[in-house]
Write a protein that binds this ligand. Structure first.
Ligand code: BGC
Length: 460
């Protein structure tokens, strides 16, 4: 890190925030994180809704079900591709407002769909918004947060994702008696409308304003979240970064390649270590292993709670112990959990007595380890490590990779279990976790407590 970088950071943190400023920035993070809640809800809700679609559309083929489930992920991939560019071009706030509207259109389309075709299209539309939100929420919060609180505040997004998933499981469960799949999809309009209303009252990102040369506007925004000298320091600091109007292809330039690769590899590793096979399929897996439906659904809700609980632990720790210890400790825990699950399945696809209990505990342990590390830390790091001028585009690439890998894993999981059995599949995830561990040890930087500008200089 440069001498100047050190001075900048100490001045910025010396200008520490007042309680009122912290309240303001927590409010900014909470409103924006509604985008994360929608990401979690819209990806989680389908598992329950799928069970009742036949009441309106007659019997569904496996392909129909796969399309309803996974085309959202393709929509998300496209949303992630466009979202960053739009946010760099027209600003973060208008892009989030448009995203909220797209959420509402997709969700209403799904709730009122007269045919399966319309439902599938509506899921793609919802996916566009999910993909854009997944990228813009950490970006927007990261730019507003003071360095010392940035880890916790950006991780509000992951907390919101896990809450969204949990709420969707509970809604599915609560509406299962009435088989009301339309309401399952439709209820998400409430947080989407709140996101729209909340964003109307938010300011544009000061960093984006500075890069547009709108210094007075940026100053007004910054005075709400930084005190005295910190405002001018941050303006100067962001202005002083090299201007590098980048196009998408520039991300592959030698000077950016290293940092771009870290985000892309972590994005893929977050998915290929299996989290969503558990988030989307745990009840299916446990039912297949011989557990009753009610026990499987209960275990699923338990897993959702563990996910939320340990994300909260991560929020408390991430600015204290740093990103790398959480990432490395968390991935180690995931590897152990996956190995135990694989071993329990060695004897065959059925789990009896203690084997079932041990497997469920191992699944919970795995989820807890993801929630404390790779879950929040991936989204946090990609909001921190890229230079401001390419931040939107570079986050797009990482986010697209994440959705693409999610799609591949989700679509192939059940066939993989068919081909190499549950034990083979979980061994494979464990092997990939070991790779993730080595990669994190060797390549992932620590960003705790640094200003985004310092990180940018460090990554050069
Ligand atoms: C991942 C999602 C996953 C969720 C589970 C997020 O960080 O990107 O794919 O469903 O965590 O909590």
């Amino acid at each position: 890190m440069t001498e100047a970088g050190h001075q900048d950071s100490s001045r910025i943190s010396a200008s520490a925030t007042t309680p009122a400023m912290r309240r303001h920035v927590v409010l900014v993070a909470s409103v924006t994180a509604l985008g994360g809640l929608l990401f979690g809800y819209d990806t989680g809700v389908v598992s329950g809704a799928l069970l009742y679609l036949h009441t309106s559309f007659g019997a569904l083929t496996s392909l129909d079900k796969e399309l309803v489930t996974s085309l959202l992920l393709i929509g998300a991939l496209i949303g992630a591709l466009g979202g960053g560019r739009v946010a760099d071009a027209i600003g973060r706030r208008p892009t989030l407002l448009i995203t909220a509207v797209v959420f509402i259109v997709g969700q209403l389309g799904a709730a009122f769909s007269p045919s399966l075709g319309v439902l599938i299209i509506s899921r793609v539309v919802t996916g566009l918004a999910v993909g854009t939100a997944s990228e813009l929420v950490p970006l927007f919060i990261g730019e507003a947060a003071p360095p010392r609180l940035r880890g916790s505040l950006v991780s509000f997004n992951q907390l919101a994702i896990t809450l969204g998933i949990l709420v969707s499981f509970l809604v599915d469960y609560g509406l299962s008696a009435s088989k009301d799949w339309r309401l399952m999809f439709g209820l998400a309009v409430v947080p989407a409308a709140l996101l729209f209303g909340g964003m109307l009252f938010q300011d544009e990102s000061a960093h984006w304003l500075i890069r547009q040369g709108r210094i007075d506007d940026a100053r007004k925004v910054l005075t709400k979240v930084r005190s005295g000298a910190g405002v001018e320091e941050e303006i100067k600091d962001v202005q002083s970064l090299p201007r590098d109007k980048a196009r998408f292809l520039d991300l592959f330039k030698p000077s950016l390649r290293k940092v771009v690769l870290v985000g892309v590899v972590l994005a893929a590793l977050q998915q290929v270590t299996g989290i969503n096979t558990i988030i989307y399929y745990l009840p299916t897996l446990l039912r297949g292993a011989g557990l009753r439906s009610s026990a499987s659904l209960l275990a699923n809700v338990g897993n959702g709670l563990v996910n939320v609980g340990f994300t909260i632990v991560a929020i408390f720790l991430v600015d204290r112990v740093g990103r790398r210890p959480l990432l490395i400790g968390g991935i180690s825990g995931m590897t152990i959990g996956l190995l135990v699950v694989a071993i329990e399945f060695l004897g065959g696809s059925k789990l009896h007595g203690t084997a079932a209990t041990v497997a469920i505990v191992a699944f919970f342990f795995y989820t807890a380890s993801f929630a404390i590390g790779l879950g929040p830390v991936f989204w946090l790091l990609i909001s921190e490590i890229y230079p401001v001028d390419v931040r939107g585009q570079a986050m797009s690439l990482a986010t697209m990779t994440n959705w693409g890998a999610n799609f591949v894993v989700t679509i192939s999981f059940l066939s993989l279990v068919g081909a190499i059995h549950a034990f083979g599949t979980f061994f494979l995830f464990a092997f990939l976790s070991v790779f993730a561990l080595l990669y994190s040890l060797l390549r992932v930087p620590e960003t705790k407590g640094q200003s985004l500008q310092e990180i940018e200089r460090d990554m050069d």
